[in-house]
Design a protein around this ligand. Structure first.
Ligand code: HOZ
Length: 427
């Protein structure tokens, strides 16, 4: 009996479902979660001492790999000065400066402790400044778990079969309008019908919670145009893409200026940090200068701010994103080549430091394409890779992540392992 199994049995007695975030429970792939003991660079070790090449990266934050020495040093130094003050520190301004330099649309930010808090705040702010109630999101789009956004959601909600969660009042859900990603007409139709009531469109600029789906050319320009025409706000949820697809996020890559941006993951360097940001004229509506309520005991925690700062400083190194993108490309092309040699219908999407794997011929540009992929094959692939010492997300609806510590030999070992698994996949 494995130590992971014993740990899971104990966890289930005290923790709902044995896990603190549902997609971790392996229900999307079958079997039981692996309990981790430590991570270093590109590798994770489980309780039973098995090593894995890790492409989950704590679901996105670990762009520098596990336990980066500079980040660990910054965290230790900050911790030795005090774990929390519940009062402002200069670290918060320093991290806000670093973000605004990389992403100029975030003139001002408000730090929170998770992506969920960031999107919840962005929606509240958008409703307050426009005086409208409705929001537009996309099918398979996931923005954490604020009530307004758990309608036809991706990530764990999709993996576990509850894209629209019980517990969300119908009176609230009726204000959430759902369009199709990469289908501008579906958005235009909602505006034509409800234009005067729509406060905001919220979108992951690269959809990363229904696997990884890139925007088609013109999609974001079209969203910007519709929002401007109807005086609604465009919210880019860059919790995943911020500092991941480029230092300036997807907004820099695609040349789009959203009204509000939400961040998380990388800006906390592995510790819990989220942020909402935008121009002063919008952000100043938040209390205490404005009237829109938002608060948090843990917000701006000095240890978390230090982890984020140490991380963002390293991402400014020349050539960082070129090298990261080259590794992701090598992985995606390597996997596609291996699948082709083994006669497996398979395709990949990738951008910057993130990627998606699909058991379908592709191209995959829409939610429907993702839903047509062969989930059974993915399950076999996942367990085959796990047995080979490669850890990918335990769901067919999550993006994968590469860090700066994944070396050529890790990519080559992963491709070789995947080819062995492709060769024995059942039809
Ligand atoms: N919703 C996260 C991935 N998109 C999963 C978080 C977790 O389980 O840790």
């Amino acid at each position: 009996m494995s130590r992971s199994h014993e740990a899971f049995v104990r966890a289930k007695k005290r923790i709902a479902g044995g896990v603190n975030s549902p997609v971790r429970a392996f229900k999307g792939v079958g079997g039981e979660p692996i309990f981790m003991e430590r991570g270093q660079g590109a590798y994770l070790w489980d309780l039973d001492g098995r090593r894995y090449i890790d492409f989950v990266g704590a679901w996105g934050p670990l762009i520098l790999g596990h336990a980066d020495p500079d980040v660990v040093r910054a965290v230790s130094e900050a911790a030795s000065r005090g774990l929390a003050f519940g009062a402002p520190t200069e670290l918060e301004t320093a991290l806000a400066d670093e973000i605004a330099t990389a992403m100029p649309s975030l003139e001002k930010v408000r730090f929170v402790s998770s992506g969920t808090e960031a999107t919840m705040t962005a929606i509240r702010l958008a409703r307050a400044v426009t005086g409208r109630d409705k929001i537009v999101k996309f099918e398979g789009g996931y923005h954490g778990h604020p009530d307004s956004l758990l309608v036809k959601a991706g990530s764990g909600a999709l993996t576990l079969g509850v894209p629209t969660s019980p517990g969300v009042p119908a009176a609230l859900a009726q204000h959430t309008l759902v369009a199709r990603f990469n289908d501008l007409e579906s958005v235009a139709a909602l505006f034509a019908q409800h234009g005067q009531d729509i406060a905001a469109v919220i979108v992951e600029p690269v959809a990363g919670n229904m696997n990884c789906v890139l925007p088609i050319p013109g999609f974001h320009e079209g969203l910007r145009g519709l929002c401007d025409r109807y005086k609604a706000l465009l919210i880019f949820d860059e919790v995943m893409t911020g500092f991941r697809v480029a230092r300036g996020g997807a907004q820099a890559l695609f040349g789009i200026r959203p009204d509000l941006t939400t961040l998380g993951k990388i800006i906390g360097g592995g510790l819990p940090v989220g942020a909402v940001g935008g121009p002063a004229r919008l952000m100043d509506r938040l209390l205490p200068d404005g009237d829109v309520f938002q608060a948090g005991t843990n917000s701006g925690n000095p240890v978390a701010m230090s982890a984020g700062l140490a991380t963002l400083k390293k991402l400014a190194a020349p050539g960082f994103y070129e090298a990261l993108g080259a590794r992701v490309r090598a992985l995606a092309e390597g996997l596609s080549g291996a699948a082709q040699r083994q006669g497996v219908s398979f395709t990949t999407n990738h951008i910057g430091g993130m990627f998606g794997l699909f058991f379908a011929a592709g191209p995959v540009t829409r939610y429907e394409h993702v839903m047509e992929c062969k989930v059974d094959r993915f399950r076999h692939f996942f367990h085959g890779l796990l047995a080979e010492g490669v850890y990918i997300a335990p769901s067919a609806y999550e993006a994968g992540f590469v860090s700066s510590t994944h070396m050529d030999q890790d990519i080559a070992a992963t491709v070789a392992a995947a080819e062995r698994v492709f060769a024995r996949l059942p039809d």
